[in-house]
Structure formats: C-alpha cells, structure tokens
Design a protein around this ligand. Structure first.
Ligand code: NDP
Length: 386
C-alpha cells in the first residue's frame, strides 16, 4: 500500500466554502485539437467545488483510502521542519501544484528513497528537479491541457487590463474619485498593436486565437513552427527567436516552460531591446524574466506595464519588489486554478493515480519524465542539463 503525500495551498481565510457563486460548470466535450478530458473511473467531488486547497484534498481521500493507501495533505511545505519534509522520507507518491509548489529539489529526492511518482496537479513541473528525478527513477507526470485555456483567458485579461489601464482606474472608483484624466492618461486601445507570444504551445496558441478578433498583428516564436494553415488562418508572423520577436512587439506574452533554455531569457538586454513602452505578460514562470531587470525597466519607462501571476519563490515574500513596482498587474499564482480548472486537474490527477496503481501506462501526453528520461510532453517541451 502506498503513502501519498499531497501539498496544497491553504484554505480561504474564512474556511472552506459552504456555497459557491455559481451552481454548475459548462460542459466541455474535449480540448482543442482533440485531446480528451481526464477520464478517471469515478469522481468523489462535485465539479466546481474548491478542490485545490487543503480541505478540498483534490477529492482524492475516499478513492485512496478505499484502496488501502494513506493520504497525507498539508500546506506546510518549506524548510527542514515543514510537515512536507517530515513526511517525505517514506512517501511513495508526491502530489504538488505549481501555485503552491512543494519544491522537490535534488536533496529532497535523495531523502525519499521510496519515491516513485511525482504528480503535478496542473501544468509545469519545474518545481521538480528533473535531472534528479531522471537519476533516481522517479516518474514525473502532469495534467496536460487541464488549465491551458484558463491561463490563456487570464493572459488576454491582463493584456487588456494593462493597455487600457483598468486596475488604476478601478482604484479611483474604490477611492471615491471620478478622475477621468488620471485614468486615461495611460490608457490605449489594443487595436492595431503588434502582439507576440514566446512559445505557441497549448497556451500560446490559445492566446493567439483569442486575440485575433481584436484586429491586432500577431507574432510568435517557438522551437517548432505551427502548421502553415494555422499561420495563414491567424495571419501570424513567425520569428526565429524571442530576441527577434521582442524588438517589434508592443505586447509580449511568455508561454514557454521554465527549463535551461528559457531561464533568465528576459534579462536586461532583451528588455532593453524592446520598444519603449512595451507591455510584458508572464504567466509562464517567474524565472524566465530577471526579477530586478523588470523592476528597473518599469521604473525607467522602458516597459509600460508588467503583469502575470508567477513569482519566485512561491509564496512570494511580503517584500518581493514585484508587489510594489510601478504599473504592474500581478496576481498571486491563480490563472490555472479557477474552479473550472480544478475540476479538470483533480480528475486528471486521479486518472494518473488509477493508472499508476493498476500498473497500466499513464497517458503519454501526461508524462514529463519516465523510465529515466524525458518522456511524452516532457520530451517535446523541456530540456535538462545532463
Ligand atoms: P505546452 O507544452 O503545450 O507548450 C509549451 C511550448 O513551449 C511548446 O510549444 C514548446 O515548444 C515551447 N518551448 C519550449 N521551449 C522553448 C523555447 N526555448 N523557445 C520557444 N518556445 C519554447 O505547454 P502549455 O502551453 O500548456 O504551458 C506552457 C507553460 O505555461 C507551462 O510549462 C507552465 O510553465 C506555464 N503554465 C502556467 C500556469 C499558471 O497557472 N500560470 C498554468 C499552466 C501552465 P516545442 O514543443 O515546439 O518544442
């Protein structure tokens, strides 16, 4: 029987919700491109419930305990005295989320000799040291596509919010003002702008599709070109590198995984090469951008705005400079954890566990590391240093 150690974010300050704003979720038939939705044998939760926080337990307890497994759920994840670190040495499976990542460093993996499976309840497994997972034979899986569209919606919201100066204008209302000139002196239309994505995978392409009706010029860079038909349909301009794309765009959105090729990509040089007054949206991973270079670019006016929901580390400390830099639209890491997304990634996590315990293959598209090497989606989208 297995011990499953699950790290989730804290419950709401007023406790787990008794009721919700809406009664149901729209029914989806599948993901764009034909990938099927998670298909576990059963669900022990109501779709639309808060599953991603500690009391929600990803809806896994009944399923795991009925099969004789042990489930430990905690939000206490950092430092040597954390519950995560105390429970890790005899854990067989670790489940974590990018929003509240249990950093599975090489040192921690070395302290967990029984660990065989690390599941990301969401997308993005950079909180796991993939080199160490490969070395120790740990399978890494994530719920590919579960929240890609959720993030794409958030990106579009953030682009519009920054360009149109929504958040400061809303603040004037909260403060009892009617300061139209203050609101509009940084407000523009996106119509006619050049907007580019660094990576056009599931999220990047969904962002492009959602922006097309705004009559903007769309650009992208990726390691592989999109099909010609897609380029034509969306009137896309392909760039061979992020550096090439960044110089011509008014808005850049980052939608690549964090791995050795992308870490620190948006540093002082690349930010300095962008058009003065460009906007940068990063919902991918914080360390793709240089923390202090972003602050400097906003202070100098090189960037007109920066928004996103990814920070390093997470949770961000109270004195993280991105909390107080000018012209930002940051949220905590929430874009991929809407109630809609939670239903999908909780179901996908259960599907992965069902496959694992039954000894049947985990879907290829969910795999990041397997059999001592990058596998599935991991082999396509990630790189490792060794
Ligand atoms: P996909 O795997 O569908 O897409 C990733 C894309 O990035 C692929 O097209 C890949 O290229 C491309 N890519 C990888 N390296 C580079 C590079 N060096 N330069 C240019 N393109 C590159 O993943 P998703 O779109 O679903 O998610 C992307 C990332 O977004 C995740 O890895 C995660 O970090 C982040 N994310 C954030 C969430 C949030 O809540 N904020 C939630 C979900 C994801 P190719 O395959 O062609 O080699």
């Amino acid at each position: 029987m297995a011990k499953v150690l699950c790290v989730l974010y804290d419950d709401p300050v007023d406790g787990h919700p008794a009721t919700y704003a809406r009664d149901d979720l729209p029914r989806l038939d599948g993901y764009p491109g034909g990938q099927t939705l998670p298909s576990p044998s059963a669900l022990d939760f109501t779709p639309g419930a808060l599953l991603g926080s500690v009391s929600g337990e990803l809806g896994l307890r009944r399923f795991l305990e009925a099969a004789g497994h042990t489930l430990v759920v905690t939000s206490d994840k950092d430092g040597p005295d954390s519950e995560f670190e105390r429970e890790l040495p005899d854990a067989d499976v670790v489940i974590s989320q990018p929003f509240w990542p249990a950093y599975l460093t090489a040192e921690r993996i070395a302290k967990a000799p029984k660990l065989k499976l690390a599941v990301t309840a969401g997308i993005g497994s950079d909180h796991v040291d993939l080199d160490a997972a490969i070395e120790h034979g740990v399978t890494v899986a994530e719920v590919t596509y579960s929240n890609s569209i959720s993030v794409a919606e958030h990106v579009v919201m953030m682009i519009l919010s920054l360009v149109r100066n929504y958040l400061p204008s809303h603040q004037w209302v909260l403060d009892g003002g009617w300061n139209i000139a203050d609101c509009v002196s940084r407000s523009y239309d996106v119509e006619g702008m050049h907007i580019g994505t660094v990576a056009a995978g599931r999220i990047g392409l969904a962002v492009l599709r959602r922006l097309a009706p705004f009559d903007v010029h769309l650009h992208y860079t990726d390691r592989q070109r999109l099909p010609e038909a897609t380029e034509r349909e969306l009137n896309l301009t392909f760039h061979p590198s992020a550096a090439d794309l960044a110089t011509v765009c008014d808005v850049v959105t980052i939608n690549a995984p964090l791995h050795p090729e992308t870490e620190g990509l948006f540093g002082r040089d690349l930010l300095g090469s962008m058009k003065r007054g460009a906007y940068l949206i990063n919902t991918a991973r914080a360390r793709i951008a240089d923390r202090d270079a972003v602050v400097t670019a906003l202070e100098s006016g090189q960037l007109a705005g920066y928004a996103g929901d990814v920070w390093f580390p997470q949770p961000a400390p109270a004195d993280h400079p991105w909390r107080t830099m000018p012209h930002h639209g940051m949220t905590p890491h929430i874009s991929g954890s809407s109630l809609s997304a939670q239903t999908r990634y909780a179901a996908g996590t259960r599907e992965i566990l069902e496959s694992w315990f039954a000894g049947t293959p985990i879907r290829d598209e969910y795999l990041i590391v397997d059999g001592g090497k990058l596998a599935g989606t991991g082999a396509q989208s990630y790189s490792v240093t060794r």
